[in-house]
Design a protein around this ligand. Structure first.
Ligand SMILES: Nc1nc2c(ncn2[C@@H]2O[C@H](COP(=O)(O)OP(=O)(O)OP(=O)(O)O)[C@@H](O)[C@H]2O)c(=O)[nH]1
Ligand SMILES: [Mg+2]
Length: 474
């Protein structure tokens, strides 16, 4: 089996080995595993009807491909992946009754689609035909490699069930680490008196995370429509000029107009910006997004350029954080898929399989276990998962240990992980020893809020990571 090179090569070599040992007994299963490994990771976007799932998908793609609307809209599952042909324009409307699902290939897509396939689903809890659509979504969950749960209000039992089902469907692979919660429509959250809107959004996201208990480690607030508009380059310079005019006008007048969409769009109203321009602004940002943009323009010490405003909206909408979280999953896609392969092979190796002698099964089991414990990338994934479990329990590690564990979880070179100034092996060896001792002490120390099993697990993983790193040194 190759000791170096891409993780997927090593996983394929493991499947080769399985083929030699037990192939005749389970040929289709092994072919499926190979197929799964070669495809991008399925990231399924689900949640309540009309929460803003398709809007979020478009924001991540940087193109408005998935249809969005104010009433139940996504009729079928849409699988959006990188491909040779560009089918983005032909997507809809296709009558739901005529197709079971849509497979949309996007050419020249964002690098994100090299690693993942985004799956937009109709979600749960709609009115029309909701049994069938919910069943479609549930089926999609079985093929999910990661989950983005989009929620626009308080947590619902139904959504939590979905998360549990996902995590239970493949226990060694799916966890809080590949589940992202998003509290969307963050712009519509009503702040407490004197509270900043964004502060209120962060609070709502925290409440949601608490509501979901240990199932979701991260819940990010997102003003989805603003995110989509900025990410899809739809906020043009002339629109920014209109926002500037609004920002320079009478603040009280604008505040009152923005209290209701109809008031803002009232043709009789004088705000210095035409009715058409206001309609366009409302389509792109919604009244709350307009309010946010105007506030950003007013608050700036120096005049902001159009590009500067777009950048600030990107951050303030929560999109920067979301993009980072999804990017993290994309960068771990190969490891997540490999873990799934390992799990399946492990299940096979427990047997019995018709016509396969016990010795061959135990040879397979041995090879699988060997890869599981010795592969640095898979090992990093376990650190990620343990950190997610710790986050989900809302416990904090001591600062130094926390940042060290997160550095290890990100992977990278020995120098990066240990945060060293030089690449000298002697220095690295000493740092590895120090780190290993730190984690052994951490394991031995008792007390604190962290549950013992998580403390032991993390300490064990970190000391093993140190040993694996030492092996990398010349
Ligand atoms: N103000 C505001 N509006 C949003 C946000 N996200 C989505 N919307 C709007 O909400 C409506 C529904 O958004 P979609 O993205 O279609 O929602 P969905 O969850 O895909 O809906 P279905 O596919 O019908 O379940 C659209 O009009 C969006 O423009 C947000 O964060 N803030
Ligand atoms: Mg939708």
């Amino acid at each position: 089996m190759p000791e170096s090179g891409r993780l997927s090569d090593r996983a394929n070599a493991l499947i080769d080995l399985a083929e030699g040992l037990v192939g005749q007994s389970v040929p289709t299963q092994l072919a499926e595993l190979r197929e799964r490994l070669s495809q991008p990771l399925n990231v399924v976007v689900t949640g309540t009807v009309s929460a803003g799932k398709s809007t979020l998908v478009n924001a991540l793609l940087g193109r408005a491909i998935a249809p969005t609307a104010g009433t139940e809209n996504t009729e079928v599952v849409a699988r959006i992946r990188a491909g040779a042909r560009d089918e983005a324009e032909m997507v809809l409307p296709i009558p739901a009754a005529e197709v079971a699902e849509l497979d949309v290939s996007v050419r020249g897509a964002d690098a994100l689609l090299d690693e993942i396939t985004l799956v937009d689903t109709p979600g749960f809890g709609g009115l029309a035909d909701h049994e069938r659509r919910s069943a479609d979504t549930a089926r999609e969950m079985e093929r999910a490699g990661a989950l983005i749960l989009v929620v626009a209000g308080k947590e619902l039992e139904r959504e939590l069930d979905t998360v549990w089902e996902f995590q239970r469907s493949d226990p060694g692979v799916n966890s809080a680490a590949n589940t992202i919660g998003v509290r969307t429509q963050a712009d519509l959250i009503r702040p407490a008196p004197g509270e900043d809107v964004w502060h209120a959004a962060e609070r709502a996201a925290r409440d949601l995370r608490r509501g979901y208990g240990g199932a979701v480690a991260t819940v990010l607030p997102l003003a989805g429509l603003v995110a989509q508009t900025v990410s899809c380059d739809a906020l043009e310079d002339h629109t920014v000029e209109d926002l500037r005019v609004l920002a320079q006008g009478d603040p009280e007048e604008l505040r009152r107009a923005l209290m209701a969409t109809e008031w803002f769009l009232d043709p009789q109203r004088e705000l210095g910006v035409s009715h058409e321009a206001r309609t366009e602004l409302n389509r792109l940002l919604h009244r709350k997004g307009i309010e946010l943009a105007v506030t950003l323009l007013r608050e700036a010490d120096e005049p902001i350029s159009a590009g500067g405003l777009r950048e600030r909206l990107r951050v303030r909408s929560g999109f920067t954080e979301l993009e980072r979280a999804v990017g993290d999953i994309a960068s771990r896609a190969e490891a997540i898929k490999t873990r799934a392969v390992i799990n399946e092979l492990k299940k096979l190796s427990v047997g019995p399989l018709t016509g396969v002698p016990k010795e061959k099964l135990s040879a397979l089991r041995h090879a699988v276990e060997q890869m599981e414990v010795s592969d640095p990338t898979l090992h990093d994934l376990r650190i990620v998962e343990t950190l997610a479990a710790i986050d989900a329990g809302r416990v904090r590690l001591p600062e130094t240990l926390d940042s060290e564990a997160r550095r290890f979880a990100r992977g990278g070179s020995v120098t990066e992980r240990l945060c060293l100034a030089s690449t000298a092996a002697t220095e690295a060896r000493a740092a590895i020893e120090r780190s290993s001792r730190r984690w052994s002490r951490f394991a031995a120390a008792s007390g604190g809020a962290l549950p013992t099993h998580l403390r032991d697990e993390l300490a064990r993983l970190m000391t093993t990571a140190c040993s694996l790193m030492a092996l990398e040194l010349p």
